[in-house]
Structures are given as C-alpha cells and as structure tokens.
Design a protein around this ligand. Structure first.
Ligand code: PEP
Length: 247
C-alpha cells in the first residue's frame, strides 16, 4: 500500500519572516491522512529543519550537486543537505532542465548523489506542450526515466519518488485532467513493472502541475497517482493542507 505524499516546492519565493509564518501555519494545520514534505529555498533549510523538529513533516531540498565536494561554486553537496535534516531532494525539475540546461545525464548523477547520501531523490519528468501535441509524451518521460535506470539500475527507483510534471501544466493554471495524468502514471508503472514488479508496486508516482485544493481530490483518487508536487498552492498553508485533506 503506497502512502500519499504531498510535497511543497517553494521555488525562489519568500523571505525569512514569511517562511517562519508559513512553516508555523503548516505545522499547526497538518493532517494525518497524507504525508507532507516542504522544500524551501536552500538558505532557509537549517531554519525550517529546526522548526520541523518533532513534527512528521519532512524537509526537502530543491536540488543537489552531482559532486561530493570541492570547487563547484554555488552548488550544495548532498552531505550538507543531510546535515540540514533533508529527507528528500528534488532533481530534474523542468525549470532546472529548461533554464539551466540540466541534461538527463546530469540529473541522473544528481539522483545518484542524493541516493548514496541517504536522501530520497524526487525525480521530475514531463513533456512540453509541443512534445505532447506531437504525441511524444511517453517517449519523453521514458527517456528521462531511462537515464536514471540505465546508470543506477532499477533497484534505485525503489528508493526514490517519481514526479510526473507536464511542463505545460507547471505554474500555468492548466492542470492535466485526472484521466490524462492517470494514463501517463499507469504507463510509467507498467514500464517499471516490465523490469521489476516489486519496484513498480512500491514506488510513489506524484503528479505536479497546477494542482490545488479544488482539483486535488479527483487527481489523487486515480489509482496510479500517489500524491502531488505542489508549487504555487504550497505557498499558502491553508491551500497546501487542504490538498492533503482531499485524499
Ligand atoms: C512545480 O513547480 O513543481 C509545480 C508543480 O508548480 P505549480 O504547482 O505552481 O504548477
């Protein structure tokens, strides 16, 4: 039985007082029918980690370096994230892929570094609007997933979370219909099952892309959607908690 996981990706939003207020409200409103994780900007990880002590809400990072340590200005090592208390690290978010040109291979290395440091990678995959319109959705998400499976092996997937995030739905208000999302999630699970049925049954596959309190219920009721990766709607505690309540 897969538990529902609701992850908030705050991206580069907030300020110290705003972050403190948001964490306090989320901790106070936490519901028990879903697991929650929040991924604040890296400079707030220590502060937020301390505030989450004693709560069941997990801490996550928005990215992780593919190297252990050294001359990589601006990057953050998995070991440092671990020291901050991170349980999760997002890798391969479409904003990283598109704006910072992160390749499938680099994403796979980031994934490996998280995993080898005891952090659960949340691997984001998803097609652009053009790719969907060309009928290439399955090919694109398979390629992105294969980059990790080919280098890390199928067993590594059992220790990760996959987030299917159609790029055209991220931050646009255009959510995939529950049926559209379910088709992709089911295909992904079948693809994994062809390699290892246990891994396919076990791995949580989240949906991300304009999920909010009004559309979450239907999306989360799909058999292969095991939670959500939430951007905009995770910045208001009441909306974020309501997504978990809609399970
Ligand atoms: C995201 O950035 O992962 C995301 C899903 O954003 P939003 O919910 O704002 O579409």
């Amino acid at each position: 039985m897969r538990t529902t996981l609701i992850v908030g990706n705050w991206k580069m939003n907030g300020s110290l007082p705003g972050v403190i207020e948001l964490v306090e409200s989320i901790v106070a409103g936490e519901v028990k029918n879903a697991r929650f994780a929040i991924c604040p900007p890296a400079v707030y990880l220590m502060k937020v980690g301390g505030m989450l002590d004693g709560s069941e809400i997990a801490l996550g990072a928005q990215n992780v370096c593919d190297r252990e340590s050294g001359a990589y200005t601006g990057e953050i090592a998995a070991s440092m994230l671990k020291e901050c208390g991170c349980r999760y690290a997002i890798v391969g978010h479409s904003e990283r892929r598109a704006l910072y040109h992160e390749s499938d291979e680099l994403v796979a290395r980031r994934f490996a570094m998280a995993l080898n440091s005891g952090i659960t990678p949340i691997l984001c995959i998803g097609e652009t609007l053009e790719e969907r319109e060309n009928g290439d959705t399955e090919e694109v998400v398979s390629r992105q997933l294969d980059a990790v499976i080919d280098s890390q092996g199928i067993a590594a997937i059992a220790h990760s979370v996959i987030a299917y995030e159609p790029v055209w739905a991220i931050g646009t208000g255009k959510v995939a219909t529950p049926e559209e999302a379910q088709v992709v999630h089911k295909n992904l699970r079948e693809k994994l099952a062809a390699l290892d049925t246990r891994v396919a049954e076990q791995v949580q596959i989240l949906y991300g892309g304009s999920m909010n309190a009004s559309n979450a219920g239907e999306l989360l009721s799909q058999p292969d959607i095991d939670g959500g990766l939430i951007g905009g709607a995770s910045l208001k505690a009441a909306d974020f908690i309501a997504i978990g309540q809609s399970v």
